[in-house]
Design a protein around this ligand. Structure first.
Ligand SMILES: CC(C)(COP(=O)(O)OP(=O)(O)OC[C@H]1O[C@@H](n2cnc3c(N)ncnc32)[C@H](O)[C@@H]1OP(=O)(O)O)[C@@H](O)C(=O)NCCC(=O)NCCS
Length: 178
């Protein structure tokens, strides 16, 4: 993928194994303020389960990662891939989905268009006509962002213990050239 300028000093490129320490640093900066107000234990669990080197190794093997970098620092990342290649089980789903598993911007860089830029890159790269994602119930800022980008709520999945996952879908037909 060609590098693309975002604002003055931010570039977007494909993520690699060399980015794993940067991903972790990003997670430590963005996960607590995002999920702490919803459920502090959940925020910690997210960091411990999903923002660790082994998990990124596994994800890099099956998903595409995009990195936004500024002065050598990972300031945002996105990851997407096929639901069928996830190691998680989704009993409520029949059929395949292309899913954006992560879109995270460092809090110091919110509101600079970086999230919009990464989302546009992901939408351009997915192969099918739909992009799916999960938002944690209560993450109102992300909900507002995704709704403004054309995503609609499809279903809620919960275990009664942790906050629900809300699945959103965007129909990409008409939003991109073929
Ligand atoms: C949701 C998120 C990805 C959006 O990324 P972002 O780079 O801040 O968003 P952008 O700068 O592209 O802004 C998108 C819109 O939201 C608004 N916005 C979002 N956060 C803002 C902020 N802190 N300050 C000002 N405007 C903000 C912008 O005005 C813009 O609106 P516009 O398109 O009408 O101009 C980012 O806030 C984030 O990482 N949040 C925490 C992690 C998270 O919840 N990720 C999603 C998990 S499902």
């Amino acid at each position: 993928m060609a590098e693309a300028a975002v604002g003055a000093a931010v570039t977007v490129r494909a993520g690699t194994h060399a980015d794993i320490p940067g991903f972790r640093d990003l997670g430590e900066a963005v996960v607590p303020p995002t999920y702490g107000p919803i459920d502090e234990a959940y925020a910690q669990r997210m960091l411990d389960e999903w923002w660790v080197a082994e998990r990124f190794e596994a994800s890099l093997a099956v998903n595409t990662h995009l990195v936004a970098e500024c002065d050598g620092q990972v300031v945002a990342m996105a990851a997407f891939g096929l639901l069928s290649r996830s190691h998680r089980d989704f009993p409520h789903v029949t059929g395949e989905r292309e899913v954006m598993w992560k879109l995270y911007v460092h809090p110091d860089h919110h509101g600079r268009g970086i999230g919009s830029r990464l989302l546009a890159e992901v939408e351009a790269l997915v192969e099918g006509d739909e992009l799916w994602l999960e938002v944690v119930d209560g993450n109102e800022q992300a909900f507002a962002f995704y709704r403004a980008k054309g995503f609609v709520e499809v279903e809620r999945v919960g275990d009664g213990v942790w906050p629900d996952d809300v699945w959103l879908r965007k129909d990409l037909r008409g939003t991109r050239r073929r």
